[in-house]
Design a protein around this ligand. Structure first.
Ligand SMILES: NC(=O)c1ccc[n+]([C@@H]2O[C@H](COP(=O)([O-])OP(=O)(O)OC[C@H]3O[C@@H](n4cnc5c(N)ncnc54)[C@H](OP(=O)(O)O)[C@@H]3O)[C@@H](O)[C@H]2O)c1
Length: 273
C-alpha cells in the first residue's frame, strides 16, 4: 500500500463541494495539499480549520481556464512544496442550456473548465511526474454524465464535456504506457453528490436529489481508496452512486420536466439570431 503521508498533492477546485471534502480527508491522512481555486479566501479559511491535522492545506489562487495561471501554480508547488505525487482534477462547472440555443460564452466556459482545464493540468502533471521519475497518480473527477446520456436536456454541454474527460483519461493511460511512466490514471465518476453544483441544478432543473444524495466525504473516501491501493493497481474507472440511483431513477425524476412551456421556450430561443 503506497504511503500518502508527507506526499504532495495538487487538488483543483478545493474551495467547495467535492474538492473541499477531498482536501479535508487528504490533510487528515497526512498529505501536503496545494488547494487550487479562484476563491482563495475559501481555501485559506478551510486551511485554517485544518490546522493541527497530520497534513497541511496550502491555498493557491488559480483559474484553471488560464494556461498561465495553471503553469504558474504547478511551478510554484514544485518549487515550494516539491513535485506532486498526486494530481486531482476536480474543478468543474455546469451551466444549464441546450446546445441548439444556449449562450455560446457559457458553453465555452464549460469546455474551457471541464475539458481544457483537465487537459492542461494533466499535461503538467504527467510532465512533472515523468521529469521527476515519480510513481504518481492522476485522478480526473468525471461524472456518470460522462458515460451515458442522462434524461436531463439542460446538461447537454456538461455531458459533452464529461464524455471528453472519459476519452482524455483513457488516452492519458495509453500515453503513460508509451512513456514507460509508472503513473496511475483514474476516472472517478460520481452520481449525485451534495455540493454547490447540485444545489444549483435543483433550481435549474427542478429535480431534487435531496433524499439520498451522497456527501462529499464519500467521494473523498473513494479518492483515498484509489491512492492507497497498491501502486501496481490502476483503478481505471470508478463509478459511484447512492443506492438505487440508476437509469430508471433518473428517468423517473425527469418525467414531466419537458413541459409544453419548456418546449415552446426552446423553440423561441432557437429561432433567435
Ligand atoms: N455534485 C455532483 O453531483 C457531481 C457529480 C458528478 C461529478 N461532479 C464533478 O465534481 C467536481 C466538483 O464539483 P462539485 O459538485 O463539488 O461542485 P462545486 O461545489 O460547484 O465545486 C466546483 C469547484 O470547482 C472550482 N472551479 C470552477 N471553475 C473553476 C476555474 N475556472 N478555476 C479553478 N477552479 C474552478 C470551484 O472553485 P472556485 O469557484 O473557487 O474557483 C469549486 O471549488 C466537478 O468536476 C463536477 O463536474 C459533481
Amino acid at each position: 500500500m503506497p504511503a500518502v503521508e508527507g506526499k504532495v498533492a495538487i487538488l483543483t477546485g478545493a474551495s467547495s463541494g467535492i474538492g473541499e471534502g477531498i482536501a479535508k480527508e487528504l490533510v487528515a491522512a497526512g498529505m501536503i495539499v496545494a488547494g487550487l481555486a479562484r476563491r482563495l479566501e475559501r481555501v485559506e479559511n478551510l486551511a485554517k480549520s485544518l490546522a493541527g491535522k497530520k497534513g497541511k492545506l496550502i491555498a493557491v489562487k488559480c483559474d484553471v481556464t488560464s494556461v498561465d495561471d495553471v503553469k504558474r501554480s504547478f511551478n510554484w508547488v514544485e518549487k515550494n512544496l516539491g513535485p506532486p505525487t498526486v494530481v486531482i482534477n476536480n474543478a468543474g462547472v455546469v451551466k444549464h442550456h441546450l446546445i441548439s440555443s444556449g449562450d455560446i460564452d457559457e458553453i465555452k466556459t464549460i469546455y474551457d473548465t471541464n475539458v481544457m482545464g483537465v487537459t492542461v493540468c494533466s499535461q503538467l502533471a504527467i510532465k512533472s511526474m515523468y521529469r521527476n521519475n515519480i510513481e504518481g497518480t492522476i485522478i480526473n473527477i468525471n461524472s456518470v454524465a460522462g458515460h451515458s446520456i442522462l434524461p436531463f436536456p439542460t446538461i447537454a454541454s456538461y455531458s459533452g464535456s464529461k464524455h471528453a474527460v472519459t476519452a482524455i483519461t483513457e488516452h492519458l493511460r495509453n500515453e503513460a504506457y508509451h512513456l514507460g511512466a509508472k503513473i496511475r490514471i483514474t476516472s472517478l465518476s460520481p452520481g449525485a453528490v451534495e455540493s454547490e453544483m447540485t444545489a444549483g441544478a435543483k433550481e435549474e432543473m427542478g429535480v431534487s436529489f435531496d433524499e439520498d444524495i451522497l456527501p462529499a466525504s464519500d467521494i473523498a473516501d473513494c479518492v483515498l481508496f484509489i491512492l492507497r491501493a497498491p501502486q501496481r493497481l490502476n483503478i481505471s474507472e470508478m463509478q459511484v452512486q447512492y443506492v438505487n440511483e440508476c437509469t430508471y431513477s433518473f428517468a423517473e425524476k425527469a418525467v414531466g420536466r419537458t413541459t409544453k412551456e419548456f418546449i415552446d421556450g426552446i423553440k423561441a430561443a432557437t429561432k433567435k439570431q
